[in-house]
Design a protein around this ligand. Structure first.
Ligand SMILES: Cc1cc2nc3c(=O)[nH]c(=O)nc-3n(C[C@H](O)[C@H](O)[C@H](O)COP(=O)(O)O)c2cc1C
Length: 194
């Protein structure tokens, strides 16, 4: 049974255009993988916690003991077991919504999601593919820093394939956001056509 993990960092929720693209992608994906199980992590303020000195010390001790059943590793275990990871985030300040970074800090656990070796890292996750979905008010161009960073995280955790799906120029005068969104949704549907 394949596991699909949706990391929903679409902060504006029902008004979010990124979320709209995510919904279309997930609908198409689930049709193409009818036996897959979807789990969603809704990343909003307060749903994931930043590290503190005390928590890090506690975490280091659990890692030393390889005690990964602790609740503080729930998100990391879920990430580690997912076959597909779909990330939805608006393009904010050349990158992604900060809550996604807090999530990343929670799932990067030595000897659970990656292993540090002398010449780098070995990924310990089961994931086959990470799909990064974003929308932007202006042009993303070659400043897709959020996606580039998530590609590095995918590589470090052993996820071999990444894909970016984006709709940009949505808030530029003279550009028709509805047309751009419709085109992006059409492209998503085309990805699943056999
Ligand atoms: C806090 C914030 C930061 C933003 N930063 C950028 C930016 O750096 N570049 C850009 O093109 N648009 C930027 N935008 C516009 C958003 O990328 C755009 O409105 C996007 O479609 C929002 O996605 P959503 O509809 O899923 O919330 C920003 C918007 C907000 C609220």
């Amino acid at each position: 049974m394949e596991k699909v993990l949706f990391l929903d960092a679409c902060v504006r929720d029902h008004r979010s255009r990124t979320k709209k693209l995510c919904d279309t992608y997930i609908e198409q994906f689930m049709e193409a993988h009818p036996d897959a199980v979807l789990e969603t992590v809704t990343l909003r303020r307060g749903t994931v916690q930043t590290h503190t000195e005390e928590k890090l010390a506690e975490r280091d001790e659990y890692v030393r003991q390889k005690d990964f059943d602790q609740p503080m590793f729930d998100l990391a275990r879920q990430y580690q077991e997912a076959d597909y990871i779909i990330i939805g985030t608006p393009y904010w300040d050349l990158s992604f919504a900060a809550v996604l970074k807090v999530y990343i800090e929670n799932i990067m656990v030595p000897d659970l999601t990656f292993k540090a070796v002398n010449d780098g890292f070995i990924g310990l996750c089961r994931g086959k593919k990470m799909i990064y979905i974003t929308t932007a008010g202006g042009a993303i161009g070659n400043k897709n820093y959020g996606y580039d960073y998530m590609c590095a995280i995918a590589e470090m955790t052993g996820i071999g394939q990444t894909q970016c799906i984006k709709a940009d120029m949505l808030d530029i005068e003279g550009c028709d956001a509805d047309v751009i969104m419709a085109e992006a949704e059409k492209e998503i549907r085309a990805m699943f056509q056999v």
